[in-house]
Design a protein around this ligand. Structure first.
Ligand code: BDR
Ligand code: CA
Length: 313
């Protein structure tokens, strides 16, 4: 199985990604690091423990990470969601029992640095929250990239923003960290932006099918995705929602789920209007370094199939 570390800000979509990574037989989840993002880091850690306990995988270590961005204390100051209301797909604790396990004493940065330094085979990094932990680990030791075969990031948007008109939340919430990670020189960096995740929309019919599986993961996924559908439906009226983070873990076992183009990507860290924007250079004549495999498309039907198979077993 492919070894990976998930870095999360759990979060309803993170929760689905965690269950997928813990349960898919093709994946070996070495540990989960938490960061503030959708909610504060105490809550993302508590939510992460809830999820692993609920599916019977409390043995997978949870390592608490950073409570703030690397360079600016204020972000995310206010989410553009109405906290706790139905518009907020992450509001409050996840609707599953409180965890009985606790996070490890080792912090997220220490875990990342030690695990990557000690690795005898390459490890895949999958950050699906703000990139504060990953950037800080790389600041401690830039050569950590050598232990990583691929980093798969949920973040950014080329034609789509969510937290602002031009920025996606994970990148916007710690733009300096994202800039550092994008330019760190990873062997392969795959960026799964909103352009892709907004194509892998999940509807109530899939939630019903997940619920019918009768497994803890199926029941929880139905609840979490149902919460997302309720929130997105208020905005779009479409009866569906993206489940961003799970597209990254699904990609690890089914690379054809996304279609990517190898392009130069930089993060805007200076403009008040477009801070946190991922600037994707699609010009054929560009001579800038192509640092990211950017996903512009994702296959919703394939994602549904993978969710049902993985959570039904
Ligand atoms: C991303 O931001 C987080 O809030 C979600 O969990 C997802 O990773 C979407 O912009
Ligand atoms: Ca997330």
């Amino acid at each position: 199985p492919r070894k990976l570390i998930l870095d999360v800000d759990t979060g309803t979509d993170d929760a689905v990604a965690i269950m997928f990574a813990a349960l898919h037989p093709g994946l070996d989840l070495l540990g989960v690091t938490t960061v503030r993002g959708n909610v504060d880091v105490e809550a993302t850690t508590d939510n992460t423990l809830r999820v692993l306990d609920w599916i019977g995988h409390a043995e997978i270590g949870v390592f608490k990470g950073l409570a703030r961005p690397v360079a600016r204390a204020g972000l995310p100051g206010q989410r553009h969601y109405r906290r706790g209301g139905t518009m907020d797909p992450h509001g409050g604790a996840l609707p599953i029992p409180e965890p009985s396990s606790t996070h490890r004493d080792t912090g997220a940065i220490e875990f990342l640095v030690e695990t990557l330094r000690a690795a005898t085979e390459k490890i895949t990094l999958v950050p699906v929250g703000p990139l504060s932990n990953i950037a800080t680990a790389l600041a401690v030791d830039p050569s950590l990239t050598e232990a990583v075969d691929e980093i798969v990031i949920m973040g950014g948007g080329h034609a789509v923003g969510n937290v602002t008109a031009s920025a996606e939340f994970n990148v916007w919430a710690d733009p300096e960290a994202a800039a550092l990670v994008l330019s760190a020189g990873f062997e392969r960096l795959t960026l799964v932006p909103l352009d892709a995740t907004h194509q892998a929309l999940i509807g109530q019919d899939t939630c019903d099918a997940l619920e019918k599986l009768g497994t803890p993961a199926g029941t929880a996924a139905a609840r979490f995705i149902g919460k997302r559908i309720a929130a997105y439906d208020e905005i779009t009226g479409g009866g569906t929602a993206p489940v961003h983070d799970v597209v990254c873990t699904a990609y690890l076992v089914a690379p054809e789920i996304i279609t990517t183009t190898h392009l130069p990507v930089e993060v805007d860290t200076v403009s008040p209007l477009t801070i946190g924007r991922t600037v994707v250079d699609t010009r054929p004549q560009s001579t800038a370094e192509r640092n990211a495999h950017v996903a512009f498309g994702a296959d919703a039907a394939m994602l549904v199939k993978l969710l049902l198979a993985t959570f039904g077993a």
